[in-house]
Ligand binder design. Structure first.
Ligand code: 13P
Length: 384
C-alpha cells in the first residue's frame, strides 16, 4: 500500500507534459478509462450532478451535496477520493474521510461564488456585532454546505450545524427544538428564506436579511431582537437567472408542463413551482415521472441537459430561455482528471485539498450533527 502521507506533491501542472495539441478527446477519454481500471483499488471518483457528461461517465458515485458527503464519511477502503465538484465539497470530504485518505480536486480553481460571499472573518465580526444587541447563546449558527470549512467549524463550535438543500428544514427545526430562539444562516439567503417561510411558516417580518456590507447588517437593534431567522446576504449566481415571469411563460407555451426548481432559486420562483428540491430530488422526480410528462427545470443546465437525454419519452426544458451554467463546476474537465490520474499513477498527489486540523475538528462536529439529524433520510421532497 502507498504511504499516502509521504508522497511527493506536484508543484506544476503536468497536463502539458502528457497532452499534445494532437491529442484527441477520444484519446483522453480512453486514457482515463485505462487509468481508472489500473488504479481501481486505490481511487474512488465522486461526481456532483452539475458535472459535465464527459466527467459523470467516470464517476463511481453521483449525488447531491448531502449524498456525496454521507458517502465520503462511509468510504474507508480507497486511499484517494477524486472529487469532481467544487472546492467546498472537496473540503467536506476531507473533513469526513479517514486521516489516511487523500482528497483531490482536479482543478483547484473550481470554487463557488456563493461560498466566497461569506468569508470567515466577516462571519466572526457579524457574530460579535449582533452579540452587542442579542444574547448569542440563544442564536444557532447554521451554514449551508456551500461554505468554507472555517465557517462550518465556527458553526460547530457555537452549537450549530451544517445543512444542505435536501435537509435544511430538518436542521432549522432541530435548532428550534434545541431551544435556540434564533437562527443565523449563511450564506444563501434564498434557501434560508424559502425554508423559513414555505416550510416552517415563519412570517416574513421575522426573517431579516443581514447585509454584511452594512453596519449591523443594515438592521436596527429592534430588528435583531424580533428576528427568528437572520439571513446572510449571499446567493447562487446560477439560480438567480431564473425569474418570477418564467414559470407562467413556460406553462403558457407548454400546457400541462410542471415546474421543478432548486431551493436556491428566489422566493417568487419557488412560490410558483410545482416541486422544489435538491439536485437528487430533481433527478428522482424525473426518473419516477410517467412517459409524456412535461417539465421546466430551474437548475444548472448540465443536469437539465443530461435529464433530457436520459428521458427522451418526456418533454424536458430549462426554466429560463437561456442556459444557466455553473462556470466553476465546468472547470473539471477530462484533461484535468487525466492529469490527476497520470500523476497518481506516478505516485504523485496533485491538487490535494487539506483542511487545517483546527477547522477540521469543529467542522466535523457541525457535519456530524447534520448526518445524525438526517441519519435515516433518503432524498425527500423539499416542499411540505
Ligand atoms: P445540491 O445539494 O442540491 O446538490 O446543491 C448543491 C449546489 O451547489 C446547488 O447549487
Amino acid at each position: 500500500m502507498l504511504d499516502v502521507l509521504n508522497l511527493p506533491v506536484a508543484e506544476e501542472a503536468t497536463v502539458e507534459a502528457t497532452l499534445s495539441a494532437e491529442t484527441t478527446s477520444e484519446e483522453v477519454i480512453a486514457r482515463i478509462y485505462a487509468l481508472k481500471e489500473k488504479l481501481r483499488d486505490k481511487i474512488v471518483i465522486l461526481g456532483h450532478h452539475y458535472q459535465r457528461d464527459d466527467i459523470i461517465q467516470f464517476a463511481d458515485r453521483t449525488g447531491d451535496s448531502f449524498e456525496l458527503s454521507r458517502f465520503a464519511s462511509q468510504l474507508k477502503d480507497r486511499e484517494f477520493i477524486v472529487f469532481c465538484g467544487v472546492h467546498f465539497m472537496a473540503e467536506t470530504a476531507d473533513v469526513l474521510s479517514a486521516s489516511n485518505q487523500v482528497v483531490i480536486l482536479p482543478d483547484l480553481k473550481a470554487g463557488c461564488s456563493m461560498s466566497d460571499m461569506a468569508r470567515s472573518e466577516q462571519v466572526f465580526d457579524a457574530w460579535e456585532e449582533i452579540g452587542e444587541y442579542v444574547d448569542t447563546s440563544t442564536v444557532c449558527p447554521i451554514t449551508y454546505m456551500n461554505s468554507s470549512a472555517a465557517i462550518k467549524a465556527f458553526c460547530g463550535e457555537h452549537g450549530g450545524a451544517v445543512s444542505t438543500s435536501s435537509n435544511n428544514r430538518a436542521i432549522f427545526q432541530w435548532a428550534f427544538d434545541q431551544g435556540f430562539e434564533k437562527i443565523f444562516f449563511f450564506p444563501d439567503q434564498h434557501l434560508g428564506r424559502n425554508t423559513a417561510y414555505y416550510q416552517l411558516g415563519i412570517p416574513l417580518e421575522q426573517i431579516k436579511l443581514y447585509d454584511q456590507t452594512q453596519p449591523l447588517g443594515g438592521l436596527s437593534a429592534e430588528d435583531l431582537r424580533e428576528a427568528k431567522v437572520l439571513l446572510w446576504r449571499g446567493h447562487c449566481s446560477v439560480h438567480q437567472h431564473f425569474q418570477a415571469s418564467h414559470p407562467n411563460i413556460m406553462r403558457s407555451l407548454y400546457p400541462g408542463l410542471q415546474v421543478i426548481v432548486h431551493p436556491e432559486c428566489n422566493f417568487d420562483v419557488v412560490r410558483q413551482a410545482d416541486k422544489v428540491g435538491s439536485t437528487s430530488y430533481i433527478v428522482k422526480s424525473i426518473e419516477q415521472a410517467p412517459a409524456g410528462s412535461k417539465w421546466a427545470i430551474g437548475t444548472e443546465h448540465h443536469l437539465v441537459n443530461r435529464l433530457k437525454k436520459e428521458h427522451p419519452d418526456q418533454f424536458i426544458t430549462t426554466l429560463a430561455p437561456y442556459a444557466c451554467e455553473c462556470a466553476t463546476m465546468f472547470r473539471i474537465s477530462p484533461e484535468a482528471l487525466l492529469d490527476i490520474l497520470e500523476n497518481l499513477d506516478s505516485d504523485i498527489v496533485k491538487n490535494q485539498v487539506v483542511v487545517s486540523n483546527s477547522d477540521k475538528k469543529w467542522a466535523r462536529v457541525a457535519l456530524d450533527r447534520m448526518l445524525e439529524i438526517t441519519s435515516n433520510s433518503a432524498v425527500s421532497s423539499w416542499r411540505t
